[in-house]
Design a protein around this ligand. Structure first.
Ligand code: UTP
Length: 459
């Protein structure tokens, strides 16, 4: 087997002949595999991203950043919230709502060997993130008499493991017909010197192309057609790692539908100027998210006369989108953000290097870069303790330990509010999302009854 002349010429033109360093030692099937991978690479595109790796893209490139205005959920009357929930109920009953999970990340900071959604983070029930989300969807499906379709984006790295995990767990009680898996794209990792890396003698080092890859991958996979065929109008797009995510929250969906905006986001107040989260801003182009590093020190600390931070609407990576946004976004070329990361690679002598420090550039699209196209978004401020507990790190902030604590505090609060537990009861309980989506269905029960029915587990 030979390397086609045309490919050889392209490798030379882009100074990438080292990718064939192991050719003579490869068997034919391995050669075939490597050729297949190399044929797929758009060298001009990846090297142009490498050339622009230090440029800023996204919100900072936009003009006139201003804080985004948002409504506060806590200021809304009970009748307003019930109205949103009634609007949402009509949407659920008509099958017009779906959940879209982006779970193609590598979760390197957490370091779990497998999809992050399958991480057993030691809550009393032993449930995983995937299961918690599935049970909330099952709860809503039963409440409204219509299953809520669930789209799950994986990457080529975790696709097989994710599908196997769902199958091993009987799809957590969901009907497999209501779940659509699809895999995002990947791009080659580029070494510091502009040369693409091999991960094995016959394998390029490829990394997922960022959660913004969701739009193109959804269209390419047939997921968008699947949604349209089911009559879905609003999609709840979210990240896998928020342990208390209120998947398809009815009040938020009702607010979205009534706002008439194409994009709606829940927002929490930043814990302080130094919290490293993206924040919502308005720009001359439209609303979007500015990353922590996109905001100057001065803007981070800017406050009104009462001392309240001006730029403090933090992004929870939860977005409600009209289906038309998904269609339009699939046709857009989103910018790529670059990051210098540790990527294992294969030396020319065949040894594999697990680098101790950053050695390669990876290029990612972010889902929020699509927002400015859709003008001003609707935003609703919610309580962090009700909505947001991400698992990013293996310890410290945003870790399994903080998520367990926040979830147990939240569930115990619901039990106290429902009069099931006395406020000074020191015991902690986890509530099944199938029994109670967000604190309902508890009033008038006793804790022993809930324990017996499997509705709660004691910590
Ligand atoms: P993060 O930015 O936290 O990245 O992803 P990560 O890959 O999960 O974790 P680290 O940075 O390696 O530790 C936020 C969300 O976007 C998804 C993740 O699965 C998570 O739900 N994501 C990220 C993708 O779906 N694809 C990607 O290429 C990157």
């Amino acid at each position: 087997m030979h390397v086609p002349e045309e490919l050889l010429a392209r490798l030379r033109e882009h100074r990438q002949e080292h990718l064939l360093a192991h050719w003579d030692n490869l068997e034919d099937p391995e050669r075939e595999h490597l050729l297949g991978e190399l044929e797929e690479v758009d060298f001009a595109k990846i090297l142009s991203l490498y050339g622009r790796r230090k440029e800023r893209v996204g919100a900072l490139a936009a003009h006139n950043l201003r804080p985004l205005d948002f409504l506060k959920l806590a200021d809304q009357s009970a009748s307003q919230i019930s109205r949103w929930e009634r609007t949402a109920a009509g949407e659920f009953r008509a099958g017009r709502v779906a959940a879209l999970l982006v779970a193609g990340g590598q979760g390197t900071r957490l370091g779990h060997n497998g999809p992050k959604g399958s991480f057993p983070f030691a809550i009393p029930s032993g449930r995983t993130l995937f299961e918690l989300q599935a049970l909330r969807l099952l709860n809503l499906g039963r409440r409204f008499g219509k299953p809520v379709p669930w789209l799950v984006m994986t990457s080529p790295i975790n696709d097989a493991d994710t599908r196997a995990f769902f199958a091993e767990h009987g799809f957590f009680g969901l009907d497999p017909k209501d779940v659509f898996f699809f895999s995002q794209g990947q791009l080659p990792a580029v070494g510091e010197d502009g040369r693409l890396l091999l991960e094995a003698p016959d394998q390029l080092a490829l990394v997922p192309d960022g959660n913004g890859g969701v739009f193109a991958a959804l269209a390419r996979s047939g997921g968008l057609d699947w949604l349209k065929a089911r009559g879905v109008k609003s999609v709840f797009l979210y990240s896998v790692d928020n342990a208390i995510v209120r998947v398809c929250d009815p009040a938020l969906l009702g607010f979205h539908v009534e706002s008439g905006k194409a994009v709606t986001c829940p927002v929490v107040r930043k814990a302080g100027p130094g919290e490293r989260v993206g924040i919502f801003v308005d720009t001359d182009e439209g609303s979007c998210v500015a990353e922590y590093s996109d905001i100057s020190e001065e803007m981070r600390n800017a406050a009104d006369e009462r001392g309240h931070l001006l730029y403090d609407g933090a992004n929870l990576a939860i977005h409600v989108l009209d289906v038309g946004v998904l269609q339009d976004a699939a046709e857009q070329a989103l910018p790529y953000h670059s990051a210098f990361k540790r990527v294992p690679w294969c030396r020319e002598d065949g040894t594999i290097v697990l680098p101790e420090k950053e050695n390669a550039w990876k290029f990612e699209q972010f889902m929020f870069d699509v927002f400015p196209r859709f003008g001003k978004m609707a935003a609703l401020e919610v309580e962090r303790s009700d909505w947001f507990s991400p698992i990013k790190n293996s310890s410290g902030n945003d870790s399994p330990a903080t998520a367990i604590r926040m979830m147990l505090d939240l569930h115990s609060r619901w039990l106290v509010e429902a009069g099931v537990l006395a406020p000074d009861d020191p015991r902690k309980f986890e509530i099944s999302p199938l029994w109670s989506y967000a604190g309902e269905n508890l009033r008038g029960r006793t804790i022993s009854e809930l324990l017996e029915k499997g509705a709660v587990v004691q910590a």
